[in-house]
Design a protein around this ligand. Structure first.
Ligand code: PLP
Length: 411
């Protein structure tokens, strides 16, 4: 029987714990797992028997979360890692190596930008930054060393929308995966598989956990990539043993070797969050829509939200997403004015995270994006008078009233 998304999120892959019947995943808070027979441990190590031996490598609470995420994406598998950044780093390091190139949409979360410009470039991988909303630039930047395309489903904080179907076609022509950071779009707003996305990454820290309770990340293989024809040594070797699960096996090895495993307690909190994901995102989108309309009426500010017809990719967003997201940015005229508004907010907290149950606002230019040059900031849509708002779950009239009093007197 096929169910609606809301139902799937709660039930898919959420089977009771096999050994105890517990309906919430037990927190297996242990470093290692005992085996009576040394032969059994040897078999587990060699993949001849199923089991656990060390939580950096695998853990039942982590497995339970992976099953749920795989289920809600209708994917072939997932790798849960310690953070959203670990998900991106592990994905790139699983696919590319020194001498390779990757093509990246430059509208990026600050730390992702630092990762690509720093660690990834330092390890000999050339990163070609292109305009996220311009598919032709991606196509032109691809060369015979390119191992992947990377883009954010909704750019942070520029809020530009890449054409995923076009990018998927370009990737398929080249035999490389389209990797999408769908943190902002969430599994509820973007059906990544139907857009041809090969690999998804999420900072589960944000909407999936939902209450700002923990840091976490996940890598998802949608099953659309034919790994047999993907020309890297690591994947080719893995493909002989694991077939279509080649990428997942390499990503798990990178997780284990780089030590980017997630704590079972964090996985438990994230799993709880999934139960209410659809409900939360639906309400947050409705609140964001109401707030964006309120801002649009205000003459002294420039509002950016994909749900407004003034947004350059509004029509594409409408086709590609089930809702326009929960992030709004405002340009207030100057840094001084932006600080004044942030200081006057009473209900809305000045926090750097997003996707929280609480509405939060931040001045990104000298915080999250402080290490970018002015030109890089401009290209990433981080203007010196910009604030970013992540709309929460409070009653929309209370959120609007707080901004109304904070904006009073702004000209
Ligand atoms: C927050 C965020 C990340 C990084 O996630 P962490 O869990 O903080 O490491 C990556 N991508 C996007 C779009 C984000 O918003």
């Amino acid at each position: 029987m096929s169910y609606q998304q809301e139902t799937n999120f709660i039930h898919q892959g959420a089977d009771p714990d096999p050994s105890t019947g517990a309906t919430q995943p037990p927190i297996y808070q242990t470093a290692s797992f005992a085996h009576d027979d040394p032969q059994q441990l040897e078999d587990v190590f060699n993949g001849k028997a199923f089991g656990y031996y060390y939580s950096r490598v695998s853990n039942p609470t982590i497995d339970a979360l992976e099953k749920r995420i795989t289920g809600i994406e209708q994917a072939i598998g997932s790798v849960v890692v310690s953070s959203g950044m670990a998900a991106i780093a592990n994905t790139v390091l699983s696919l590319a190596t020194s001498g390779d190139t990757i093509v990246v949409g430059k509208s990026l979360f600050g730390s992702t930008y630092y990762l690509f410009e720093g660690l990834i470039e330092d390890s000999g991988i050339t990163v070609k930054f292109v305009d996220s909303a311009n598919s032709v630039e991606f196509e032109n930047a691809i060369d015979n060393k390119t191992k992947l395309i990377f883009v954010e489903a909704i750019g942070n904080p520029k809020l530009d929308i890449p054409d995923l179907k076009k990018l998927s076609d370009i990737a398929n022509k080249q035999g490389i995966p389209l990797v999408v950071d769908s943190t902002f779009a969430t599994p509820y707003l973007l059906d990544a598989k139907s857009c041809g996305v090969h690999i998804l990454v999420y900072a589960t820290t944000k909407y999936i956990a939902g209450s700002g309770s923990t840091i976490g990340g996940v890598i998802v293989d949608t099953g659309l990539m034919n790994w047999k024809s993907y020309q890297t040594k690591k994947i080719q070797e893995a493909s002989k043993q694991y077939g279509q699960f080649a990428f997942l096996s390499v990503a798990k090895k990178v997780r284990s070797n780089a030590g980017s495993s997630q704590s079972p307690f964090n996985a438990y909190l994230t799993s709880l969050g999934i139960d209410t994901l659809a409900l939360r995102v639906k309400q947050q989108v409705a609140n964001a829509t109401a707030l964006a309309s309120f801002f649009e009426e205000h003459a002294a500010i420039k509002v950016n939200y994909p749900g407004l017809t003034s947004h350059p990719q509004h029509n594409l967003a409408k086709q590609q997403l089930k809702g326009f997201g929960t992030i709004i940015t405002l340009r207030l005229g100057s840094k001084e004015k932006a600080f004044k508004v942030l200081k006057k907010l009473k209900l809305v907290h000045n926090l750097v995270n997003l996707g929280d149950a609480k509405t939060v606002a931040v001045y990104p230019a000298t915080t999250i994006y402080r290490n970018l040059t002015e030109k890089q900031r401009e290209e990433a849509g981080v203007y010196p008078d910009l604030i970013r708002i992540s709309v929460g779950l409070e009653h929309p009239s209370d959120i609007i009233a707080d901004f109304k009093q904070a904006l009073e007197g702004l000209s």
